[in-house]
Design a protein around this ligand. Sequence first.
Ligand code: AMP
Ligand code: GLY
Length: 421
Amino acid sequence: MKIAILGSGGREHALTYAISKSKKTKKIFCIPGNAGTAKIAENLELDINNFNLIYEFIRREEIDLVIVGPEKPLVDGIVDYLRKKNIDVFGPKKNSAMLEGSKIFTKKICEKYKIPTANFGIFDSKKFAVQFIENAKFPLVVKADVIAAGKGVYICNDSNEAKLAINEIFNGKFGPAENILIEEFLDGEEMSFFVISDGNNYRCFQTAQDHKRVGEGDTGKNTGGMGAYCPSKLINNELEKKILEKIIQPTFNALNEMEEEYVGFLYAGLMIKNNEPFLIEYNVRMGDPECQTILPLLKSDFLDLILACTKKELKNFEINWKNEKSMCIVLCAKGYPDKYDKDIIIKNLSSFKDDEFNFLFHAGTKLKGKDIYSAGGRVLNFINISNSFFDSRNNIIKQIKKLNWKEGFFRKDIGHRVIKN
Ligand code: AMP
Ligand code: GLY
């Protein structure tokens, strides 16, 4: 089969790697891909937001299946567009992608279906939002109703911080804002919970915890993710049952009532407190870096799994996993998530030997001739699977030190909540 994978991050390199292992795969195109995907697929510099261009290419190359990595084309309706043209695509359609595209849409579903989540209010003017703030309890959370890669979220400790957030959002920092969401601050521990769905049935697809803050001890600014580990230390049978009964199933009930057949990954960002789950947000795709962390544990053929979803045959598909644990540490460009340099050569990549326990997935990299250069803030993902998070972390740190990329930095404490030392 000929498969096209849309996106250019670590998640997409991991997806490409997993697809490349299937016997059914003849050729993979990554649009636009990175220096890592270039090794196992053909990269193509096309704008993934230009659906027409993408379709022309798919038709010309007679591509059998398209897998969409990031949220933006999903929220913008690429699946609806390609399906109308009879192309097989793995990913949810535009209306279902609102689960990620609009936090208010998701909150309204939570309200109607009694899904546990933070108490919230929706405000359509600065005036009413500020009035609410004057008498509110702190901390609280102010959110823009957009996909802003986590950036439209302000955790506010007092009314001045909240007013600043309200002003920034209504002044258009994240694009035009008609509404703003103000919600109760949930304390607890965060967990990423994944399911995969074929439109009729869904199955669990592992749990993970990621580290979003840039600094050791989970301090400093939010990032796209500095590392992750799978499975989450929080998961147990009782909690999984609660998550499925109180959060996932009601969400699929809501989708069914809207006559939406959800095909794709669904990623629930949860807060867990005293073994009780609360929904923080939905994403309509795999997580990054969770995808890089989880896929190396998959034993089943990934392409077969995706095909089972596009053909609505997931019910009879057995998803098998390795028993090990997995960890991913992200090597970033110095200065990230603020200002950082791009276009810095990364030598010595051949020092990394991948094998059945060690994986290297590129994120912000590009190929120039035979050399590899950085092209983003998060540059490389190092993954190790083993029976112990402690061993995995040590192995990865050794690998990163061996690479010795002077322009990079990484967190040495990924998994600190599960590793007692
Ligand atoms: P979101 O984009 O909604 O996932 O928010 C980004 C991050 O902000 C989450 O991963 C949490 O760390 C934090 N966050 C969002 N909403 C809340 C909340 N109600 N209580 C506590 N933390 C939150
Ligand atoms: N790991 C966070 C995300 O993918 O949104």
